[in-house]
Design a protein around this ligand. Sequence first.
Ligand code: HEM
Ligand code: HEM
Length: 575
Amino acid sequence: MDLTVSVLLGTFILSVLALFVFIASMAKGLFGSGGAAAVQIFDADEIGTVEDPAATQSQRGSLQKAMDPSTLRTQRDAREVAARLRADQSSSLVVGVCLTMAVVWLVLASVAGLIASIKLHAPDWWVGQAWITFGRIRPIHLNLVAYGWCSMAGIGVALWLIPRLLKTELVGARYALMGGALWAGGVAAGTVALAMGYSDGLEWLEYPWQIDILLVVGGALVGFPMWLTLLRRRVAHLYVSVWYIAAGLLWFPVLFLVANWPGLHFGVQQATMNWWYGHNVLGLWFTPLALAASYYFIPKVLGKPIHSYNLSLLGFWSLAFFYSQVGGHHLIGGPVPSWLITISIVQSMMMVVPVVAVAINQHLTVVGNFRALLYSPTLRFIVLGAMFYTAASVQGSLQALRSVNTVTHFTHYTVAHAHLGLYGFFSMVMFGSIYFIMPRVMKWEWPYPWMISAHFWLVLGGFAVYFIGLSFGGWYQGLAMLDKDVPFMDSVALTIPYLQARSVGGALMTLGHLVFALHFFMMGWKFGPRRLGASLLAPPFLSGASANTASATTARLATATSTSTSTATAAGATR
Ligand code: HEM
Ligand code: HEM
């Protein structure tokens, strides 16, 4: 056994040992009381009161009834509310800007994806210009979703969550704003470069390294304020979402720098590094950001702490222990040492531990309250996204097995899985989070609730067609490619109906994104009735005495926050 194998094996054994030590120390109570940590996202009287700024007034009433109407509390600790208001205000400009750019990238990325999709079953369509050929429009789509939509949405949500969770104003918000602008400039420049044919030629790393510098500097300017805020925190315990965000902020720059450093890797080593990055960017950047959001918003909307706080920590640490070596499963069958592949397959199976921990925890938080999904737009997107996380990960672990990968590798099945993860899981969680956050940022409610429903059903229906069609098509394609009696071209031809189905599904998704973007900008321009204030703090379901108490609370809040803001703002941002 040579040194490298021993080191990797040693790392694996260390990870397993660390997991057992972690479980043992939790059992001994060394991590303190999970119960107290779980409730710290609520104010003293807040547990039992639902909250969804994306819901209409009547939906909010039904949501509270679906939980427990008797637990509704209208009293608030004015000091806590004022602190939360200050935290929200400190981040609102930069969050608004990041999320706006994310939405723009989402629309452009979807159009690029749709064009790429059509070209796969109609290869003679729109072939006159080089920039629109499949070889360019595909990386444009991938990089726009990865660095445009997903990263900017994730950063926006993280920037909003961090001050809230640390009960501290965002430090250096203006640097974060500059960082966001630089990052967006990098995405724009990268897109133009790819369209012009300049590419580093490695999947997920296509932007020329000179442009990556913009992302590195922009990312640092966004990341440092969050770290500084962490240092100035006013809470004793870090809620699990903070663990995920902080870890993502630490992991991503390491991954991005090592992978993009010019002239560092060559040949097989470069391919190995490419997929070390390719999978880690999913598991150590996008996944932590989305899990952080779901660990905050699911309990917050339901007014109910997460089922088991200790389980959430177990999920976090086991992700940290096992994720970093799974990338090799992208190279199964490739010209890389088989021990490297084997270790990545073992680690892929070990990923069942964090995934099951998250799945059990989030499911047990929602179980018994599934009716709440009918009334809360935020919850509908996020709970669905959390379910897709389990599905994508279990599918991924199975797909990493050599026997399954022999069929699925080089097929559209992988692309279906990719969208289950980055779309079904990540993007759905981001949609839900944005629905919750934007009314707080804009101090305006979503103008037309029907547009939220249209967005939901269009993307869900479109994605179902996309995923089911491509999974079957990809599997049959794999079987045909393995059959020595089937000519290669037949394995291509049989996929055409499935690729057409993907275009139909993708068109519905794109339409859903257009509805979402239109609604987003209509909110920005303050379309629709002015429903701020009363609807957020004292909705009509607080009738009689409770409504009076709510008005009293509003008055107290106004006093508590009068130094920095108006009454309406206070009412709008209390929870
Ligand atoms: C335990 C969790 C997971 C495992 C073990 C896993 C495993 C895999 C495997 C084996 C492949 C196919 C490799 C190939 O044959 O080329 C793959 C591809 C992919 N997975 Fe996962 N997956 C997991 C979770 C996720 C999640 C949560 C996401 C999204 C956030 C995701 C996104 C992707 C993407 C985007 C690809 C395609 C990459 C490319 O070819 O460009 N996966 N995954
Ligand atoms: C936010 C939305 C989306 C996300 C996060 C996303 C993500 C991705 C990812 C990660 C890949 C690389 C897959 C791989 O290499 O295995 C990809 C490829 C692709 N996506 Fe999307 N996508 C989105 C929306 C769409 C839409 C609306 C369409 C329209 C049909 C689409 C069509 C495609 C196509 C055609 C490819 C190339 C597949 C291939 O090379 O075989 N995507 N997308």
